[in-house]
Design a protein around this ligand. Structure first.
Ligand code: NAD
Length: 364
């Protein structure tokens, strides 16, 4: 039986609450499909700062490197919010991404037909929305140097640098082309080529690569126009690929389409093996939700769907991943809702019950 070592990094706030439900579902997968997952646990984020004084220990990064995947809750909260602090919870996420070479963040955005009525956007706009947004994770303006602040006679100054190399652009665009090839064959490359040199290089490389992927239709869209189209006609998108900062903003915007942060999973991937798998970090897109932490009402479905992505992208267990997604759809079809997605018609359940319902459905 193949070994599946997985590092569990629950983090802070609702992170541990939803991760617990992800584990429940993994246990159900083990029973149904006869696998054995091996877990190691690590404190990250605020919990690690409290215990060790840093957000991510070298030991944790080593354990992550030995694993096939990291299942991550969320980090942060008011207790560690001081923007001037040199030790901050999110250093755990950035450290794991950088340390594991995870350069591609993948966020599927599918609007479940059962939740159409719950969205703040009109149902007819949302119908058929099924896209994947790929964001470059380890380059661009969040990492470019110089990045600093100073003061002179003209007052306070600051600089950030947007830098991209050909290699960084090519590998993320290839991720986009490959993914589009396995879906509806349309890739939207998002940039700001009318203003930025990094974007003009990005667009040039995308156009060159398109010659290798003739089965994929490539379109270039400026980031400001894309922000608008995501709300006006989101169903026209299949795969969107973009840089770090544009992706950061657009993925949050796209998440609104699905109704709740509590519904959306994400995968951060690095280099792939020939069979398409490789180490990855899997986490819900939401944060630690301090406003509801400890109340047992968080929606665990984003975490449970992140588990499905982990099985698909890091463990090559497609059938098992699809079974989880079907179980989630099944539970929603029966009318069960957590508070964030309920519209008064179904029965409202808490975090634990929602996890149990999905796990039970998997067992049948
Ligand atoms: P958030 O995602 O934690 O919460 C935003 C809103 O969505 C809140 O009202 C919250 O109650 C709700 N929400 C989020 N997840 C939910 C779920 N599963 N079920 C039901 N409702 C849910 O974002 P925020 O409030 O901006 O940030 C809170 C903390 O989380 C901050 O410290 C922030 O830095 C951190 N954060 C961490 C990550 C991460 O670890 N990846 C991501 C975003 C924010």
């Amino acid at each position: 039986m193949p070994a599946y070592p997985i590092l569990l990094a629950p983090g802070d706030g609702i992170g541990p609450e939803v991760l617990e439900e992800g584990l429940k579902v993994l246990n159900a997968v083990e029973r149904r499909f006869g696998h054995e997952f091996q877990y190691e646990n690590a404190l990250v984020g605020g919990a690690a700062i409290d215990e060790y004084g840093i957000a991510l220990r070298d030991d944790t990064l080593d354990a992550a490197s030995r694993s096939r995947a990291v299942l991550f809750g969320a980090v942060g909260g008011p207790k560690w919010d001081d923007p001037q602090a040199s030790v901050r919870p999110e250093q755990a996420i950035l450290g794991l991404r950088k340390g594991l070479g995870l350069f591609a963040n993948i966020r599927p955005v599918r609007v479940n037909p059962l939740l159409l009525a719950d969205s703040s956007i009109k149902s007819e706009v949302l119908e058929g929305v099924d896209m994947v947004v790929i964001r470059e994770l380890t380059g661009g303006i969040y990492f470019g140097k110089p990045q600093k602040r100073w003061e002179n006679t003209r007052g306070r100054q600051a600089v950030d640098t947007m830098r991209y190399s050909e290699r960084e652009i090519e590998r993320i665009l290839r991720t986009g082309f490959e993914l589009a090839r396995g879906r509806r064959g349309k890739l939207t490359s998002v940039d700001k080529a009318n203003v930025l040199d990094t974007s003009r290089l990005w667009r040039e490389i995308a156009t060159e690569l398109a010659a290798e992927y003739r089965d994929v239709e490539l379109e270039h869209v400026l980031v400001d126009a894309c922000a608008m189209h995501l709300i006006t006609h989101p169903a026209t998108f299949d795969v969107i690929v973009t840089g770090n900062m544009f992706g950061d903003i657009l993925t949050d915007e796209a998440s609104v389409l699905a109704g709740s942060m509590g519904m959306l999973p994400s995968a951060s991937l690095g280099r792939r093996r020939r069979n398409g798998t490789g180490i990855g970090m899997y986490e819900p897109i939401h944060g630690t939700a301090p406003d509801i932490a400890g109340q047992g009402i968080a929606n665990p479905l984003a975490m449970i769907l992140s588990v499905a992505l982990m099985l698909r992208h890091s463990l090559a267990l497609e059938e098992e991943a699809a079974a989880i997604e079907e179980a989630v759809d099944g539970v929603l079809a029966e009318g069960y809702r957590t508070a964030d997605i309920e519209s008064g018609s179904g029965s409202t359940v808490d975090t634990t019950r929602m996890g149990t319902l999905v796990a039970e459905r998997l067992a049948t």
